[in-house]
Design a protein around this ligand. Structure first.
Ligand code: OGA
Ligand code: MN
Length: 209
C-alpha cells in the first residue's frame, strides 16, 4: 500500500468535527478512484462466486429475512483476513476511529461491516441502525463504490434529520468514493430504489459490550 495515498488526517478530523456538532457527515473522495475500483472489483468477483446472501433484519443468532423491509445482498468482512483491495479502507477507518474517539469520546473499539449490493429495484425501508440488541453500534459508516452515479439513477441514502419530521432530510447520492457517516442511535434513514445496481461497503464502529 502506498502510504502517501492514505486518507489525510485532516479529513478524519473534519468528519469527526461534523459528527460532534450535527451528528452526520458526508465526504466526497474519501478514498481515491483506484481504491474504489479495486473494492468494486472484489465485490463483483465475490458476487459471481455466489458469496453474497440475502440481508436480514435484526441481530443475534437468528436475523430474519424481511424482503418487504430490505432486499439488498451482503458479504460480511473479516478484518483479520483483509484483502489487498480492502486494506486501504481499513487503514482509513482506523484513522477515522481514532479521530472520533479524540473528538467525541465515544470509546469506539472495533468495526464490523459488509459489502452490499442492491440489484436494480431493491431498497431498504426507513430504519434506525441501532435496533434492539445492537446498542453496541455507535457510528454508521457507508462507502459507495459506483461510477458516474446521476440523480435520476435513484438509490439515494435519505437521512432524516429530525425523528418526527418526514420532510426534513438530506439525500446522498451513492457516488464512488463518497463516505456517509452518522450517529447510529439518532438518525432514521432509508435507501431509495435505484434503476441500476448499487454497490457499497456499509459498517459500524462499535463500543465494547
Ligand atoms: C444499512 C444502510 C445505507 C446505504 O445497511 O443499514 O442503511 O446508503 N445502508 O447503503
Ligand atoms: Mn442502516
Amino acid at each position: 500500500m502506498n502510504v502517501a495515498a492514505a486518507t489525510p488526517e485532516y479529513i478524519c478530523t473534519r468528519i469527526a468535527g461534523e459528527l460532534a456538532t450535527v451528528g452526520w457527515s458526508v465526504c466526497a473522495d474519501f478514498l481515491p478512484p483506484e481504491q474504489i475500483a479495486a473494492l468494486a472489483g472484489e465485490l463483483r468477483a465475490r458476487w459471481v462466486q455466489g458469496e453474497f446472501h440475502q440481508a436480514g433484519v435484526g441481530s443475534g443468532a437468528n436475523p430474519h429475512l424481511r424482503q418487504d423491509i430490505r432486499n439488498d445482498r451482503v458479504y460480511w468482512l473479516d478484518d483479520a483476513a483483509q484483502t489487498a483491495a480492502q486494506s486501504p479502507y481499513f487503514i482509513a477507518l482506523e484513522s477515522l476511529r481514532l479521530a472520533l474517539n479524540r473528538q467525541l469520546f465515544l470509546g469506539l473499539f472495533s468495526f464490523e461491516g459488509h459489502m452490499a449490493a442492491y440489484p436494480p429495484g431493491s431498497f431498504y425501508a426507513r430504519h434506525l441502525d441501532q435496533f434492539q440488541g445492537v446498542a453496541h453500534r455507535k457510528v454508521s459508516v457507508v462507502l459507495y463504490l459506483n461510477n458516474d452515479w446521476q440523480a435520476d439513477d435513484g438509490g439515494q441514502l435519505r437521512l432524516y434529520l429530525q425523528e418526527n419530521n418526514a420532510e426534513k432530510y438530506i439525500d446522498v447520492l451513492p457516488c464512488g468514493g463518497t463516505l456517509a457517516c452518522f450517529l447510529s442511535d439518532r438518525f432514521y434513514h432509508e435507501v431509495l430504489s435505484a434503476t441500476r445496481e448499487r454497490l457499497s461497503v456499509t459498517g459500524w464502529f462499535r463500543v465494547r459490550v
